[in-house]
Design a protein around this ligand. Structure first.
Ligand SMILES: NC(=O)c1ccc[n+]([C@@H]2O[C@H](COP(=O)([O-])OP(=O)(O)OC[C@H]3O[C@@H](n4cnc5c(N)ncnc54)[C@H](OP(=O)(O)O)[C@@H]3O)[C@@H](O)[C@H]2O)c1
Length: 281
C-alpha cells in the first residue's frame, strides 16, 4: 500500500483520495467508523495489516468553537492520537504526515509566520493541534504541513456563503478584521503528495498564494457568482463566536516555494476552480 489517509471523509481527506487516485497510487482511506485514531490498538493493527509507505493524518475535530467546550476530546483526537499514529508508523518504517494549522500561532503577528516562529495558540483547538505536532515529531520520519482556511469537498466557508445567498439574504455580514490565506483542499492535496515525493521532512507551511480577510473572501465569492449582494464588514467582537480567532493567520511559504520551485496558485484562482465545480462538494 502506498498511502493510508485517516479522516478520509473530511475535506482534505476526500481531496487526497482523489489526487492519489489520479496519480495511480494504491491508497486506502479510513474515517472514524473504520479507524478511530484515538484507539491505539486499532491504529497499530491497521498499519500492521496495510503496511502503507505513508500515513497522512487528516482526522481532527476542526470545529474550533466545539473544541472550547469539548477540550478533553480535542486534546485526545487532535493531540494524543497523533502519537498512536507515530508509534504505528515507526513499527513499520512508514512516513507520518500530520496536517496542522495556523492556529498554533498567537495570531498577532505583523508579517507572515515562518515555520520556526514561536508558537502560542490562543484557544483549545490551537493547543490541541500543537500537541498533535509534538506527537508527530515522535515518529522517526515525519512531515508536518501547516495550512489554513481550507475549502474543499464538504462543508466550508464558501458553502456557508453560498447557502446564505441561496436563501436570498438581503446582505451578508462578514468579519473584516481577521486576515489569512484561503486554501483549496485539492491544491493542498496535490502539494502534500508532491512534498512526499520530494522527500520533504519537518514543518512546512502550505497555503494558496496571497491573503485576504473573511470579508474580502466573501466579496470575491459573491462577485464570482455574478451576484450583487452587499457584504457588510463586521468585527470579530460583533460576530461573537465563543473561541478566540487569530487576527493574523498569514503563513510564510518561502520554504514550500524553495522545495517545489513554485508557489501554490493564487487563492482567487483556486476559488474560481472550486466554483467551477473542480474540487467542490
Ligand atoms: N478546515 C480548515 O480550515 C483547516 C485549516 C487548517 C488546518 N486544518 C487541518 O487540516 C486537516 C483536515 O481538515 P478538514 O477541513 O479536511 O477536516 P474535516 O473536514 O473536519 O475532516 C476531519 C475528518 O476526521 C474525522 N474524524 C473525527 N473524529 C475522528 C476519529 N476519532 N478518528 C478518525 N477520524 C475522525 C471526521 O469525521 P466526522 O465528520 O464524522 O467527525 C472528518 O471526516 C485537519 O487536521 C485540520 O486540523 C483544517
Amino acid at each position: 500500500m502506498d498511502l493510508l489517509v485517516t479522516g478520509s471523509r473530511g475535506q482534505l481527506g476526500r481531496a487526497l483520495l482523489a489526487a492519489a487516485g489520479q496519480r495511480r497510487l494504491r491508497v486506502a482511506g479510513r474515517d472514524v467508523d473504520t479507524l478511530d485514531i484515538t484507539d491505539a490498538g486499532a491504529v497499530r493493527a491497521l498499519v500492521d495489516e496495510l503496511r502503507p509507505r505513508v500515513v497522512i493524518n487528516c482526522a481532527a475535530l476542526t470545529a474550533v468553537d466545539a473544541c472550547e467546550e469539548r477540550e478533553a476530546e480535542a486534546m485526545a483526537l487532535n493531540g494524543e492520537a497523533v502519537g498512536h499514529l507515530a508509534a504505528a508508523c515507526d513499527s513499520t518504517g512508514a512516513l507520518l504526515v500530520q496536517i496542522s494549522t495556523d492556529y498554533v500561532f498567537p495570531g498577532t503577528g505583523a508579517r507572515p509566520y515562518r515555520e520556526d516562529d514561536p508558537t502560542g495558540p490562543a484557544g483549545v483547538y490551537g493547543r490541541s493541534k500543537l500537541l498533535g505536532e509534538r506527537r508527530a515529531t515522535e515518529a522517526r520520519e515525519h512531515l508536518i504541513v501547516r495550512t489554513a482556511w481550507l475549502f474543499g469537498p464538504g462543508n466550508n466557508f464558501v458553502e456557508a456563503i453560498r447557502r446564505q445567498l441561496n436563501d436570498r439574504v438581503p446582505e451578508l455580514r462578514v468579519v473584516a478584521d481577521q486576515t489569512g490565506c484561503p486554501t483549496n483542499a485539492c491544491d493542498l492535496a496535490g502539494t502534500v503528495l508532491d512534498l512526499v515525493n520530494l522527500g520533504a521532512r519537518g514543518v512546512i507551511h502550505a497555503v494558496n498564494q496571497g491573503l485576504t480577510t473573511w470579508h474580502g473572501f466573501a466579496v470575491e465569492i459573491v462577485r464570482r457568482l455574478g451576484l450583487d449582494t452587499t457584504v457588510v464588514p463586521i468585527t470579530t467582537t460583533e460576530a461573537g463566536r465563543p473561541a478566540p480567532r487569530p487576527a493574523w493567520s498569514v503563513l510564510d511559504t518561502a520554504r514550500l516555494e524553495a522545495l517545489l520551485g513554485r508557489p501554490m496558485p493564487p487563492w482567487q484562482d483556486a476559488l474560481a476552480r472550486y466554483l467551477e465545480g473542480q474540487c467542490a462538494p
